[in-house]
Design a protein around this ligand. Sequence first.
Ligand code: AMP
Length: 493
Amino acid sequence: MTELTPANANELTSDTPIMAFAQLQLADPLARAVAEMGYETMTPIQAQAIPVVLQGRDVMGAAQTGTGKTAAFALPLMQRMLKHENASTSPARHPVRALVLLPTRELAVQVAEQVELYGKYTNLRSAVVFGGMDMKPQTIELKKGVEVLVATPGRLLDHIEAKNCVLNQVEYVVLDEADRMLDIGFLPDLQRILSYLPKQRTTLLFSATFSPEIKRLASSYLQDPVTIEVARSNAAASTVEQHFYSVEGEDKRHALHQILRQRGLKQAFVFVNSKLGCARLARSLEHEGLKTTALHGDKSQDERLKALESFKSGEVDLLVCTDVAARGLDIKDVPAVFNFDIPFHAEDYVHRIGRTGRAGAEGLAVTFVSKSDQRLVTDIEKLLKTKIELEGIEFEENLPDIRKQGHINDGRRLYREDGSDQRRPEDFARGSRFEPRRSRPVPQDPFFEKPYEPSLPADAAPAWEAAVVRPGVRTISSNIKTKRKLAALFQAA
Ligand code: AMP
């Protein structure tokens, strides 16, 4: 098909020369779409995977999100499917020929959007199905016939059971973010879905890491795959400046405010470990004057998409999120990532900081470490094979006095005597007003007492620049090594 097709595809390395899309000899409709998107040079995963997929080989790809892996699988499989392309209105002429499975709704939407763009000048139809939404519109779409189906596993099974789609003509299946799908517990669903597919097919598996479970999955479902690794798995992007600050409890919020202002950051992701912690922190930060939205698994589909949109459009400055919700999101140029909670799994550290410093841009990753987190720091050190040095923070005198504002979020505060918090996450959603239960005492929190106030206009400066300051308040973290010069801790390999 192309000059790119390498005879020694199995030995491809990340040193494969970067090539221009023009060299690929993509079919005109695909080449036109790619040119329109402004792509000129292939990313390493594209340069390596596209020729292999064009050969019809199975691929096991270790590539993190943001590497261009969607085009790496979508373009060649669409190119190979063009032979079936037709303008017929009959659904029977548009059977599902390519199936792309992803762990979350956000990722499914993101990939489907890209597939749609790549295929816009072809007659190949694409659609996306995911849970948490009415099945009806998806059913109508499926029944019209669709060649490329992007789906989350659970909802796809619902459609299969409802006989809304038939998969016996599938030629390509892509298991994207496969490690995450296994983490979420999708293995049984995947096994069932794969059992419906023809044995004769091309299977592409992409995963950020090749854990033993992923290798087992690959050995069961892939045939003689070509292994492609574009970045050392578990490697942190070298363009990310990483800092670990020793800071406890509510000082974390002080530290966040200060770093945002000192660094003049426009936007940032703030990661927390639990859904409840996510909702609470987002609410606290919003209350402190930062334009914030939360993204976690308990939000409705609509709320999650809105949260993403508002961050992408710059309407909000901070996206407070959990790992599952944020994994793989294609939000470019996030200047900084804060690990408000150090992640429980060291691999999540790599995924989190992968949101910043993408595509060669410089990024900042700040992790707050409390005394009880030492074991987790050691896990990250082992994974990155680097010694982590904890830094102290000296707080500025002019910080907003967030303690005065009544709400403390240290991730441990309990609202009920039995230690549980019965409020639903949607109670914290932007625009909603939580009515405290009157039957039990609730802590004093002015947020609950005043009506919702909308954010500042989208073009306003980040809220931390305009935050009210209370001169004369000097707060020092209990872990400060006074006046210590803060230096970059390490450069990842
Ligand atoms: P992905 O890793 O597939 O989610 O892609 C990340 C982002 O990179 C998407 O916004 C793509 O539109 C963009 N992208 C993919 N391939 C290229 C390329 N060769 N040149 C420039 N941008 C690209």
